[in-house]
Design a protein around this ligand. Structure first.
Ligand code: ZN
Ligand code: ZN
Ligand code: FE
Length: 767
């Protein structure tokens, strides 16, 4: 006989780990106990030596699908005379912590029960089990037990209690377990009155959606505004009410077949759509018309659609096309599902707040009474080369940590201004928060502070330092300066490259060649950077090359009006006379005023941003002169450029060496683009040439840097890499030259991944 005590850390709570251990111990004829602690799961087993060995083997090899074991410690203990194997009460260990499971989409088994008329949870919108359902969004504290979730107030009925306490049941210790008798329910509110409850509310919601109404639907991590995506009037009305002009809406389709009718879907994309995270996947839209197709207003001027499948039982009930009971009120096959918020504010989670703030946006509200403790937006992913690229890492992924190859102190990294996420570190973990949003208003700032307090409590992290961006005007910088902790400043693009390195598991001891291709970020010289080649490790960086700094008339105003950037660049490069005529729909008088502004350098910062170069080129090449959402001009140019499949020549582009840095000169490139535009070459053709020019430039600069430094690893980071055409061309070019190319895998390349880079840089500086 022998006995062992085992401590396991990782995502091991809320994923069916204890029932798995219980069952395994029974099978191996072992006695002892298992319990959750706030540091993981502790186990003690006793039995024949061979049986104990077998138990240990299966413990790591057959763990439940959602479990993620980070470490396992085993020690031999004295025999203790256990009589049975039991599951003990959870224990809280002071200061200990463990990762929390993200929310998990409805599993196949629960889906089957949901539509089984004989099941007691038939058509019940909150069905879940040990392997699926809400997690992060309902957890208030650790250890993860029902009283520490937003289900605390729902006392289990006898049936649920039996399932919850039966180790052989697939709902054993499923903390959010619920049924129609004892669990949360839905109701429909129209014009301030409840007009239907439970199944009736679902049926009435389906009817409203079919009739073209806009319904605010409370989901997993917040409210959505939903409407029929095949109804042009409904979509146009939603745009009007939200004040959202052109930015694509996310869609939710009834089933994978509907997605494939609308978009080309490859294997990797299908896995994401149907897997346990079920993010929004950006897919190539089919050009052939299909009956009941979504209307163009959903995503104007782009060749993609952001699609997801129902990830909660409630969504299943709203979109199901086959169940006879639901078919009494036919529902649209595809819904617009956009965040329920006022333009740039955080997604709403609370019934009362939603009712007042979405009153002018929604015709009706589908409410429920399971509180959303943590706000969590839908994640957005695009697949390139079979690899998922995160554009927004939130539901289904947060707060799962990035594991680092070294230990870090407890740090809070505040992230950037747009698409903010923050990062908390301890031990070997970097916990990147869910998507917080654009730090432009008080509401987002409040969400930032609330999520921070929550993650600090969950993971038992008391930061010893705060990291912020160099930009003095960022709300995150100002917030950091109000705290009474040591501050560390990190340059924006250094953080981008470090984020990509940490994402790829690098230790950051040896430098890489970093291509920080980005919108805008504050530089160490007070100008705005964004077209940077850095030689960077975690400790430090050097600006190896960058685009030549050019005037950005009006700063932020230029970001919204690409024609202003075009005028700024053309004026500075002596190309203004010819450029002027190309700016479509722009008042010539306004152009003259901006020209004068540039000459006097009034409110005209200098920038080396590649994002702004995209804007200027788009405006000159017949694209957008004004944008209604971030990077719209570049996104549309990418879509147009993809239509050109023939080989096109690159534009002339070269650099000067000035004081040890390579300055990429843009005059000849822009002059050639203007010439193409004057010859009425298409937007797509010019776009295709421009993309190839940038890929070739990146490759040549890397070859140059390699010759000088001997470095062979290239890290790609910054928002511009969401341009998948540029990404594909650049990666192919670099690989052909023998470079090892690092791209973001677990985190976004845009500012949503910035905090991770800030954290690892600060950690190294604190050593
Ligand atoms: Zn399930
Ligand atoms: Zn029940
Ligand atoms: Fe950035």
């Amino acid at each position: 006989m022998s006995a062992r005590q085992i401590h396991i850390s990782g995502v091991v709570q809320g994923v069916g780990f204890r029932p798995f251990v219980y069952e395994l111990a029974q099978r191996c004829s072992l006695v002892g106990w298992v319990r959750n602690t706030s540091a993981g799961v502790d186990i003690a087993v006793q039995g024949e030596e061979a049986a104990v060995e077998s138990f240990l083997f299966h413990l790591t090899h057959d763990a439940p699908p959602l479990a993620h074991i980070d470490s396992i410690e085993v020690k031999t203990i004295a025999m203790d005379g256990f009589a049975t194997f039991e599951i003990q009460e959870s224990e809280s260990v002071a200061g200990a912590f463990q990762p929390v499971s993200p929310d998990v989409a409805l599993c196949a088994e629960c889906e089957r029960e949901l539509f089984d008329p004989g099941d007691r949870r038939y058509l019940y919108p909150f069905i879940n089990c040990t392997h699926c359902g809400p997690r992060f969004t309902i957890i208030r504290d650790l250890p993860y037990d029902r009283p520490a979730t937003s289900l605390a107030d729902f006392a289990l009925c006898a049936n649920c209690q039996r399932e919850y306490t039966d180790p052989a049941d697939r709902r054993f210790h499923a903390q959010p377990v619920a049924c129609p008798t004892c669990g949360p329910h839905v109701w429909l509110n129209e014009k301030g009155k409840t007009v239907g409850e439970r199944l009736e509310a679902i049926l009435q919601t389906r009817r409203l959606l079919r009739e073209g109404k806009i319904v605010a639907v409370k989901g997993l991590g917040g409210f959505h505004l939903a409407c029929d995506a095949t109804n042009a009037e409904a979509v146009a009305e939603l745009r009007r009410r939200k004040g959202r002009v052109g930015k694509p809406f996310a869609l939710m389709a009834a089933d994978i077949q509907t997605v494939e009718d609308l978009c080309a879907v490859n294997t990797a994309e299908r896995q994401l759509l149907t897997g346990r995270e079920k993010p929004i996947v950006i897919l190539k839209r089919r050009t052939t018309n299909v009956t009941g197709a979504v209307v163009d207003e959903v995503a104007p001027n782009v060749d993609t659609l952001g699609m997801m499948l129902p990830y909660t039982p409630l969504h299943q009930l709203l979109l199901n096309q086959t169940n006879p009971t639901l078919a009494a009120e036919p529902a649209p096959r595809v819904l617009v599902m956009t965040s329920g918020n006022l333009s740039e504010e955080p997604i709403l989670t609370d019934n009362k707040a939603a009712r007042s703030q979405l009153a002018t946006l929604a015709d009706a509200f589908l409410f429920h009474n399971r509180d959303i403790d943590q706000r969590c937006d839908d994640s957005v992913i695009r697949v390139v080369d079979g690899q998922p690229l995160h554009q927004r890492r939130s539901r289904g992924y947060a707060p799962y940590p990035v594991k680092l190859p070294f230990n870090v102190p407890t740090i809070l990294a505040t992230g950037g201004e747009l698409k903010n996420t923050f990062c908390l570190t301890r031990d070997q973990y970097a916990f990147l928060s869910q998507h917080i949003g654009d730090m432009e208003n008080v509401e987002t700032m409040v969400a930032f502070e609330k999520s921070q307090a929550h993650l600090k409590r969950l993971f038992r992290i008391e930061p010893t330092a705060i990291v912020h961006d160099l930009h003095p005007g960022y709300l995150t910088t100002r917030w950091a300066r109000r705290q009474s902790l040591p501050l560390i400043e990190v340059q924006h693009h250094h953080a981008h490259i470090a984020a990509c390195m940490a994402d790829n598991g690098l230790t950051g001891e040896t430098p890489v060649i970093g291509l920080a291709f980005d919108g805008t970020g504050y530089g160490t010289d007070g100008t705005i950077w964004g077209g940077e080649v850095l030689i960077a490790d975690f400790k430090t960086f050097r600006r190896y090359a960058h685009l030549e700094p050019l005037p950005l008339p009006g700063g932020d105003a230029a970001t919204r009006h690409p024609w202003r950037t075009a005028v700024g660049y053309a004026t500075a490069l002596g190309l203004s006379m010819r450029a002027l005529a190309l700016l479509q729909g722009v008042d010539p008088q306004a152009v003259l005023i901006v020209e004068a502004q540039v000459r006097k350098m009034l409110n005209t910062p200098l920038t080396s941003s590649l994002g702004r170069l995209f804007d200027a080129v788009a405006a000159l090449a017949g694209g957008r002169t004004t944008v209604t959402y971030e990077a719209q001009a570049a996104i549309e140019m990418e879509a147009a450029a993809r239509q050109i499949t023939a080989d096109v020549p690159v534009y002339p582009i070269y650099w000067d060496e000035v004081g040890g840095t390579r300055l990429v000169r843009l005059r000849e490139c822009l002059r050639a683009i203007i010439t193409d535009a004057q010859r009425d070459e298409t937007f797509g053709y010019i776009g295709a040439r421009f993309h190839r020019t940038l890929a070739a430039l990146a490759m040549r600069l890397c070859v140059d840097a390699k010759r000088e430094t001997g470095l062979n690893q290239v890290a790609l980071s910054g928002g511009v890499w969401q341009n998948t055409l540029l990404l594909e061309l650049t990666v192919a070019g670099l690989k052909a030259e023998g470079f090892e190319v690092l791209t973001h895998r677990q985190t976004p390349a845009n500012d949503g991944g910035l905090a991770l880079g800030q954290a690892v840089i600060a950690a190294k500086q604190m050593e």
